[in-house]
Design a protein around this ligand. Structure first.
Ligand code: CDP
Ligand code: CDP
Length: 220
């Protein structure tokens, strides 16, 4: 009997991971987890305590006491929250504290998870790993349009600079850096809208699932 199907969707900021992962989950009837929200919620708790998100002890305590309600807060996005998430995400004890929750989420029924290290660390045996990218200019444009849609005034150059900084921080950290797994399928969405990206991803997913056949269980 094939085990639960795990689909890992990793990539840099504003590549369209969440939009794609959510649509894949709906199409395949799988639960969906936005793992970035976990790091965002930890970063927010540290900021709320008036502490520095780079403070390992504070951040670990926040990660260990994370409650489901913390993920539903409306203030987890925006430049401060983005950088706080990336800062706490570089702390090994924070990542360790969040690992079990992510693995348990996908263990019984499978799942689509999006983040930075799903295919490299959280579910290294996932049968389907997508690494979603787009040019930094296009990603900044998308994030800018998104912010404008939420009524947030932003400077396009500033949005691009923040995305570059965060990607560099995520890619250069020693623990679980942002990088494609060796067996990830690359999906460059620079010239694709969300519908075209979804269609391309479905072809990749179906190809991998057919090839994988048996033994889809990917608990590490
Ligand atoms: O999760 P991540 O930060 O990678 O990106 P997202 O929040 O899913 O997507 C950022 C924005 O890009 C959303 O407003 C999408 O509608 C848009 N978009 C996309 O997701 N995929 C494309 N191929 C093109 C645009
Ligand atoms: O939506 P966007 O791509 O801008 O960010 P996100 O996916 O919500 O992630 C926010 C931050 O959390 C990232 O910049 C990473 O530093 C961190 N993160 C991580 O380290 N590992 C994950 N699996 C997910 C997010």
């Amino acid at each position: 009997m094939p085990g639960p199907v795990i689909i890992a969707v990793d990539g840099p900021a504003a590549a369209g991971k969440g939009t794609l992962a959510r649509r894949l989950a709906t199409a395949l009837g799988l639960p969906y987890l936005d793992t970035g929200l976990l790091y965002r919620a930890v970063g927010r708790r540290v900021l709320d305590a008036g502490a520095d998100p780079r403070d390992a002890a504070q951040a670990e305590a926040a990660a260990r006491s994370l409650a489901p309600g913390d993920l539903d807060r409306g203030d987890l996005r925006g430049p401060m929250a983005d950088m706080a998430a990336s800062a706490v995400a570089a702390i090994p004890a924070v990542r360790a504290a969040l690992l079990d929750f992510q693995r348990v989420f996908g263990r019984d029924h499978g799942a689509v998870l999006d983040g930075r290290d799903i295919g490299t660390v959280v579910f290294p045996d996932a049968p389907v790993k997508l690494f979603v990218t787009a040019s930094v200019e296009e990603r900044a444009r998308r994030r800018f349009v998104e912010l404008r849609g939420r009524g947030v005034a932003a400077d396009p150059a500033q949005v691009e600079a923040e995305i570059r900084d965060r990607d560099a921080q995520d890619a250069n950290r020693p623990v679980a850096p942002l990088k494609p797994a060796a067996d990830a399928l690359l999906l460059d969405t620079t010239a694709l809208d969300a519908d075209a990206a979804f269609a391309a991803a479905m072809v990749m997913v179906e190809g991998r699932l057919e090839k994988g056949g048996e033994g889809l269980c990917s608990s590490p």
